[in-house]
Ligand binder design. Structure first.
Ligand code: ZN
Length: 234
């Protein structure tokens, strides 16, 4: 009876707690971080690292467009961006570096980061730094456009006050900025390796098969000669 009561209490608690945690507000750094609109953005495509691709610029614009059109639906305001031609006029500064591991104060293991400067509960500026690639094993791999766009969307989400989501399908899930999970180039390369390896394995098997058959034939003909010889003697 006591066990039944306990089970019932647990069940009731579970029913009550679940909707509460599901309805828990989206993690935000600030609800509405900018005290003005449009939010000005400067994209530094002049001081770029060696492996910068000019197509990255478009990915930043697409990432901005994503949030202007509602993004992941978690903003309580409608952001509007305006590109400006200098860093001094910009609320958000976007720049690229070759590899974030070489940037001293960058967080570990990320492909990009957003650093907002908060004064009296509002952002006065936010710096977005994106790397153009990273080391995968021994070789350095450049990020493709899709990667760059997803990383940029994520960092702009931070620049609009959002924190990290636990939902894997949400753009604010930290996966989008973690290096380990965002390299289609590596996947493509592993794929190539696999094709080459299966090719080699196939060639070796073919060779073994052919030489086995060849040797079998040779054995057969030797045997035939010997047995034929014996037959003759009989
Ligand atoms: Zn993040």
């Amino acid at each position: 009876m006591e066990t039944m009561k306990l089970a019932l209490i647990i069940l009731i608690l579970f029913i009550f707690i679940c909707p509460v945690s599901a309805a828990e507000s989206y993690p935000k750094m600030l609800e509405n971080p900018w005290d003005h609109s449009p939010i000005t953005v400067f994209i530094d495509d002049e001081n770029v690292p060696e492996h910068y691709s000019p197509t990255y610029y478009d990915q930043i614009e697409k990432a901005m467009g994503y949030w202007e059109q509602g993004g992941n639906g978690q903003l309580s305001f409608d952001p509007e961006f305006k590109l400006v031609d200098s860093m001094d006029k910009a609320d958000i500064n976007v720049k690229w570096v070759e590899n974030l591991e070489k940037v001293e104060d960058a967080p570990d293991g990320v492909a990009g980061y957003c650093r907002p400067y908060v004064v009296d509960g509002k952002y006065v500026r936010a710096d977005i730094v994106l790397e153009v690639g990273n080391y995968q094993g021994f070789s350095w791999q450049q990020y493709g456009d899709t990667n760059m766009r997803e990383i940029a969307k994520h960092e702009f989400g931070h620049a609009l006050g959002l924190g990290h989501s636990d939902d894997r399908n949400d753009i604010m899930y930290p996966e989008y900025e973690m290096k380990d999970n965002i390299n289609p180039l590596l996947v493509e390369q592993s794929h190539t390796y696999l094709i080459v390896i299966s090719g080699v394995v196939f060639a070796v098997l073919m060779f073994l098969g052919i030489s086995w058959r060849y040797n079998k034939k040779k054995r057969e003909s030797i045997e035939n000669e010997i047995f034929d010889g014996w037959d003759d003697n009989d």
